[in-house]
Design a protein around this ligand. Sequence first.
Ligand SMILES: Cc1ncc(COP(=O)(O)O)c(C=O)c1O
Length: 370
Amino acid sequence: MPVPLLDLKAQHATIRDDVVAAVMGVVDSQLFILGEAVVALEKAVAELSHSKHAVGCASGTDALLLALRVLDVGRGDEVITTPFTFFATAGTIHNVGATPVFVDIDPETFNILPEAVAAARTGQSKAVVPVDLFGQMAPLEAIATAVPGLPIIEDAAQSIGARRMIDGEWRMAGESATVGTFSFFPSKNLGGYGDGGMLVTQNDALAERLRRLRMHGGAKQYFHDEVGYNSRLDALQAAVLSAKLPHLAGWSAKRRQNAAYYDRAFADLADVRTPVVGPENESIFNQYTIRASRRDALQAFLKERGIGTSIYYPLPLHLQPCFAYLGYREGQCPESERAAKEVLSLPIFPELTQAQLDEVVAGVRAFFGR
Ligand SMILES: Cc1ncc(COP(=O)(O)O)c(C=O)c1O
């Protein structure tokens, strides 16, 4: 039985009528740019992430770009981040003219290490960009303590609805940072039917400027206070996302259930390390990422059996050819480099059937002769 890494058609089949009605509502209104549909989603995402403001934009990448711009990050500035993430986290730092400063990760959670962030701070440091990788929030409170006063852009592209216990209270992804960013790329837990993104913040002035920056930098049409972008969330995407949002908590809970099933099924395998989520975190498991010995052979074996997997990420960003100018060498972020050689993400989507879960388990166990 084939088991794809992700089956968006299976999810669409469960919500088709609602999504089609939402899309047709926008089509009939002929209001495609911002407007009510976008405002409604912004309100809902602000509520979900316990944030005062939410600002829709064109993608998770643009959300990062706008966050950097609104914090005046530019030429001559350094931004501390993780090399074990999707490219956009660092690509946007480069694109605003700043220098990405890569520091290593915690091998348990794959998230950036607060003490490494502290050690990397210099007089040029302008911001830190922790990533809530695979659906699990980074230790934001420890990062804030490690670099007091440094603005935090939380790249929560993979983690909408995740939460972390901070000072005795559950804090949502996006809630505690200076600016939090989300992606609605179709493979995310809350995925659009195309690109989309959003920023959240508790800060009135930042929110107001973000709204200008996403519309060419003008508060009033044809008058520009600064140079911004055309980076709006499509009303059609907003309508799709609003139709999907009521399902998000249930979908993420199902992913956690699937993860717990795999955890138990692999518990006796010495060659497999299952993901570590501490009691202080509730992950939304955008990915279920194991570490495995003979990872490439395992992936090929599973592929033979029709089981989809992926390697997030095969080459850490400090070693990417485009960042050769920064002068990093192998060995400088050893945990990220080791993770890149060992990680394998398995199917975890909420619509997986029991038979599909068992097929994945049987495949992994068979490879290790168990
Ligand atoms: C960690 C991370 N940051 C940023 C992005 C960029 O988001 P988008 O693809 O919506 O531009 C993604 C996802 O694709 C991501 O996983």
